[in-house]
Structures are given as C-alpha cells and as structure tokens.
Design a protein around this ligand. Structure first.
Ligand SMILES: Nc1ncnc2c1ncn2[C@@H]1O[C@H](COP(=O)(O)OP(=O)(O)OP(=O)(O)O)[C@@H](O)[C@H]1O
Ligand SMILES: [Mg+2]
Length: 285
C-alpha cells in the first residue's frame, strides 16, 4: 500500500492533470478513495458493519454460529464459521475460506438444478460468514417427523410425502453431480405446511428446502453418490428408527426420478457395496 504522503502527492499530480475537467477529477478521486481502502471498509461492505449488531444469535453448532436478522430489508440468516483454536491460524483461515466458497457454490448449483435452497445474499470471507435468505415459518423435517409420526403412524400419505420430497431432490442433486455430504432430516426445512391433519400431502418437492451445504462437493463419482445415500440411510436409522421403511421409499422415488438409467444402475450396485462395507465395519467395530 502507498504511504499517505505518496498517496497525497499523486492526488495533487492528478489534480493538475484534471484541472480543466472537474467531473473527471471527482470521478478519479472517488476511484482512488474506494481502491485505497482496505476491503473491509469499501462501500459495498459498509451495510454489514452497520447491521451485524442487530442480528440475534439463534444457534451454535460445532462449526458455526447462526444469526437471524434483517439485511437490506430482507429476513436474513448469517452462518459464521468461527475460528478453530486447535488449528494453525493460517491453515484455519484458508480451510474456512475454501469451505465457505464451496458451500455457496453448491447452494447456487443446487438452485440452478431446480432444488429449493436459500438465496445467497453475500459471502464475506474475511469475516468468515455467509448471508442467506432466512426461510420463514419453516419446520425442520426432523421435528415434523417426530411430531407427526407418533400421531399419524399408519398414514401412508405422510410417508409418501416425505419420500417423494427427499427422493426427488436428491435425484436432482446427483443428476447434476452435486453431493450434499450431510443428508439428514435436520438439514431439510419444510415450508408452507399447515397443521391440518386432514391436509393432503401433495407436490412434495415444492415444500422441501435443502440447507447446510457445508460438506457439499460439485464434482462427484458414482461412489460419492452411493456414499451420500448411505449417509442418509444411517442418519434415518438413528433419528427415525420408528419408520424403518422410510429410506427404501426414498430410494424408490430417487430411482424413478434419476433420468440417467444406466448410471442409476451403477449407483444402486455401488450403494450395495458401500452398505456391505458399512455393515462389516459396524460388526467389527
Ligand atoms: N436459510 C435458513 N432459514 C431458516 N433457518 C435456517 C436456515 N439455515 C439454517 N437454518 C436453521 O439453522 C440450523 C443450523 O443451520 P445449518 O444446518 O446450516 O448449520 P450447522 O449444522 O450448524 O452447520 P455445519 O453442519 O455446516 O457446521 C438449521 O437446522 C435450521 O434450523
Ligand atoms: Mg446442519
């Protein structure tokens, strides 16, 4: 960066250069002003600095703090990946930046593939956070299942609705080679669901919002897809053991919606291999 005296003298040189053109001089001065400031103080970042204090901390996980508030007039969620003290500071910074970039990229790709995801408003790599659309009045799928399944345990419509929603969006993701990496019912939100027990569960995919792409990748092999499905199966068995058929129903929908039938066959056979390996590991410990 230039020293203040050097910057001052070059501005004076420029004043002479633009002496007969006041508009060009003003534009030049503005450019200089914007360029010479550290990135965190450039004009486009000022709204963040002003508004951050208005955000309310709503959750804290092992890796991220989640805040809710209003950004540029819109309900916004900030996901801040805080420092890991056990990691070397430079390494931590680099890994966090890479992860934030990968998360944003995957969310945008998933949206382009027709999956409902929160809109990304801003990624601030220096402050380690992503600003995204806050999905209002949404239920976490895990809580929805916990609440509903006890009441509507024999209701096939409910099971089909969940299987339709999840199976369709995972097929869409995988067809575009996107791996979510953490498919659990805690990372899916349900919107526009009312509490009416007689409600017909229809158009499932429109109600499902996929979140938490922190472990996502956008290049993938058949094996990656099989592992993604296996992660989902394991998480369903542990979180929703009362509905053991849920995974197979999701997998059926997935296969129906996976347009590339040859690759689908490969995924199914790879999935069986991965499942076998997993079972062996569970037995051996
Ligand atoms: N866009 C959103 N709109 C509304 N609520 C959200 C949104 N994103 C996240 N949430 C809520 O915040 C919780 C935590 O978010 P998320 O799953 O992204 O973070 P995490 O699990 O702590 O992160 P990670 O696993 O990447 O470290 C979600 O379970 C959900 O309740
Ligand atoms: Mg999560």
């Amino acid at each position: 960066m230039q020293s203040p005296s050097k910057r001052g003298s070059s501005l004076r040189d420029c004043d002479k250069r633009y002496a007969f053109d006041s508009k060009a001089l003003a534009a030049y001065r503005l450019r200089r002003l914007a360029d010479s400031r550290p990135s965190s103080l450039r004009p486009s970042f000022l709204p963040i600095l002003n508004n951050m204090n208005d955000f309310e901390l709503i959750a804290q996980g092992a890796e991220a703090r989640i805040y809710k508030g209003i950004y540029l007039g819109k309900p916004t969620l900030i996901k801040e990946r805080f420092e890991k003290k056990y990691r070397h500071a430079d390494l931590d910074k680099r890994l966090t930046k890479d992860r934030i970039k990968a998360e944003c990229r995957a969310i945008i790709r998933a949206k382009a593939a027709g999956i409902t995801t929160p809109a990304i408003y801003l990624a601030n790599l220096e402050r380690r956070c992503i600003y995204m659309e806050y999905i209002e009045d949404a239920l976490i799928l895990k809580e929805f299942i916990d609440k509903k399944v006890s009441k509507e345990t024999n209701d096939d419509r409910l099971l089909n609705f969940i299987a339709q929603g999840l199976g369709t969006i995972i097929a869409k993701l995988h067809l575009k080679n996107i791996i979510h990496g953490d498919l659990t019912t805690s990372n899916v939100l349900l919107k526009n669901i009312d509490d009416d027990h007689n409600k017909k569960y229809e158009n499932a995919a429109n109600n499902f919002v996929l979140i938490d792409f922190g472990l996502a990748r956008i290049e993938s092999s058949v094996e990656d897809k099989a592992v993604d499905l296996y992660v989902l199966e394991r998480s369903l068995l542990s979180a929703h053991s009362e509905i053991p058929l849920l995974f197979s129903k999701i997998f059926d929908t997935y296969q129906k919606h996976y347009a590339n039938k040859n690759q689908c066959k490969e995924i199914i056979s790879k999935y069986k291999e991965v499942q076998l390996r997993g079972r062996k590991r569970l037995m051996i410990g």
